[in-house]
Write a protein that binds this ligand. Structure first.
Ligand SMILES: Cc1cc2nc3c(=O)[nH]c(=O)nc-3n(C[C@H](O)[C@H](O)[C@H](O)COP(=O)(O)OP(=O)(O)OC[C@H]3O[C@@H](n4cnc5c(N)ncnc54)[C@H](O)[C@@H]3O)c2cc1C
Length: 481
């Protein structure tokens, strides 16, 4: 890699397209504006950009050559996987100078039963990886609502979390090896996935969560787990967020690793989902301030006893007055229906009207107290606003939505109240020792918030790393750093 590249500016867009076309061939370079247009707006519809073309390399070699060309001609590059990110990270700016680079053709998956790993092209879709692992009696233990679109490269680049972090950790914990193409076009092969390897820095960790600003991920080796032989999905009604945490501790101490997911939602989120999904049913009779959705799993050895263990844990929880009601899914269809209630909260909340959404974390032990404190803080100034905190209580991470009163105009409300409310939330999160981005990343959405709230020393280190790897600032400009 050269320290500082000398950029020959492209004489014209035509020069660039001619050379890019030679590298990528017909299938690999899209120049028709109508074909590019669907990829220029982010998932949440908050950002729309422009691109000079859409590149779709077929393999690492093409990816390397196209990045070398961009480096030589000074063309910015925005990597995009499934475009399911929540912070506008995969959307180029509006100038039309950037090349949008999609990994979707690099989607091969090779499962190795012997090492219990899968080697995936960056564009492999999460759901397809789940199916490939299941076909060989294994599983990839990371799942999230966008699994039908999110790609392995995107999951790595955002260090995604999801609903199984409690037991298996975030993407960072599941990556065994990585291949990355640098801005210069050089290929950095970190796929050896040795159990022990002390040759200095763990370079792959630097690229995980770097949102396409340090290199473009081309291949990923992920660690698989044994298939689940049985699972029990439970919904419980709970009096308070504090009780939800106590219930989680109770389940963990009784069943240790069997508790794979622990999600919470308030009654208002369930109401929104039931309005949004006409065929969905309330899981419990009556209304409860909070609900916990729990998933317990067992492999072959533990499968025979899982059901009895879960029943006992719930009976004990009743006796300890941690839950007011609970139901265990009777079959897989009902288990999926329970998860659907959880996974539909985001679209259901969005249908209610304008909201400021915050993906935040604080230390796990403080989360219940934080939810109460932040609700009180927002209501003190905005008593007519709804505060809904839902999600991954077990990870100290909730999605905190502050919803405008019905009938509010989105732009006016965001300008006059929403932005100030978000600033208040992020200040509180920082004061409580938390993070303004738990699992969605920074993208363009939180760039300013990161600058305003993060440790200046940490920011300076990040900028130095960026400058070393991408001296001309061509990789995903305007995002993260
Ligand atoms: C319904 C729904 C539910 C979700 N739930 C969760 C959740 O529970 N937890 C969670 O963590 N996320 C969640 N997400 C967010 C999303 O799925 C993740 O951010 C995902 O990791 C992004 O993958 P992607 O392939 O769509 O990436 P994109 O959106 O295409 O890109 C995301 C970022 O990664 C960069 N990037 C993409 N591919 C590469 C590559 N090969 N090399 C370098 N950079 C790259 C992009 O430039 C961008 O900065 C959810 C999304 C949806 C739609």
């Amino acid at each position: 890699m050269t320290e500082h590249s000398t950029i020959e500016r492209a004489n014209s867009q035509d020069d660039f397209l001619e050379e890019a076309g030679r590298i990528l061939g017909k299938k690999g370079l899209v120049t028709d504006a109508d074909d590019i247009e669907p990829w220029l707006t982010d998932w949440r519809g908050r950002y729309t950009g422009a691109a000079r073309a859409l590149a779709q390399p077929a393999d690492t070699k093409e990816l390397s050559e196209i990045l070398a060309l961009c480096s030589r001609l000074g063309v910015p590059v925005v990597a995009q996987g499934g475009n399911s990110g929540m912070v506008g990270g995969a959307t180029p700016d509006g100038t039309g100078t950037a090349l949008l680079l999609s990994t979707r053709r690099m989607n091969a998956i090779q499962v190795d039963a012997d090492t219990m790993t899968a080697t995936c092209g960056a564009g492999a879709v999460l759901q397809t990886l789940h199916e490939a692992a299941e076909a060989q009696d294994m599983r990839f233990p990371l799942s999230l609502g966008g699994k039908g679109s999110a790609t392995v490269g995107g999951l790595v680049s955002t260090n995604a979390g999801g609903t199984q972090v409690l037991r298996h950790g975030v993407m960072r914990a599941l990556v065994a090896g990585l291949e990355v193409v640098l801005a210069s076009g050089d290929v950095l092969d970190l796929t050896s996935h040795l159990k022990k390897d002390n040759r200095g820095f763990d370079l792959k960790q630097m690229f995980i969560g770097s949102e396409g600003t340090l290199g473009v991920v081309s291949r990923v080796v992920v660690q698989l787990s044994p298939a689940v032989a049985d699972r029990r999905v439970v919904i419980a009604g709970i009096a308070s967020a504090q009780d939800a945490r106590r219930l989680m501790q109770h389940c963990q101490s009784a069943m240790a690793d069997a508790l794979e997911g622990f999600e919470i939602m308030p009654q208002s989120c369930l109401d929104a989902v039931l309005d949004y999904l006409p065929d969905a049913q309330a899981p419990l009779e009556g209304r409860h301030p909070w609900y916990a959705l729990m998933e317990f799993v067992a492999d072959k050895e533990g499968a025979d006893t899982l059901g009895d263990q879960v029943e006992k844990v719930l009976m004990d929880a009743f006796e300890a007055e941690l839950v007011s009601d609970a139901v265990i899914a009777a079959n897989e269809t009902q288990a999926e229906a329970f998860w659907q209630l959880r996974e539909t909260i985001s679209p259901a909340e969005r249908a209610k009207g304008p909201a400021m959404q915050h993906d935040i974390s604080v230390p796990v032990s403080k989360m219940p107290e934080f939810i109460d404190a932040i609700t009180e803080l927002v209501h003190a100034e905005h008593p007519d606003h709804e505060v809904a905190a839902f999600g991954h209580l077990g990870d100290g991470n909730v999605h905190l939505h502050v919803i405008a009163p019905p009938g509010s105009d989105t732009r006016t409300w965001e300008r006059e109240k929403g932005k100030a409310i978000s600033a208040q939330v992020y200040r509180a999160v920082t004061d409580w020792g938390g993070s303004i981005s738990a699992e969605h990343g920074i993208g363009q959405d939180k760039l300013q918030v990161l600058r305003d709230t993060y440790d200046p020393v940490a920011l300076s280190v990040m900028r130095k790393v960026k400058a070393a790897l991408d001296p001309d600032g061509l990789l995903n400009p305007g995002k993260l750093v």
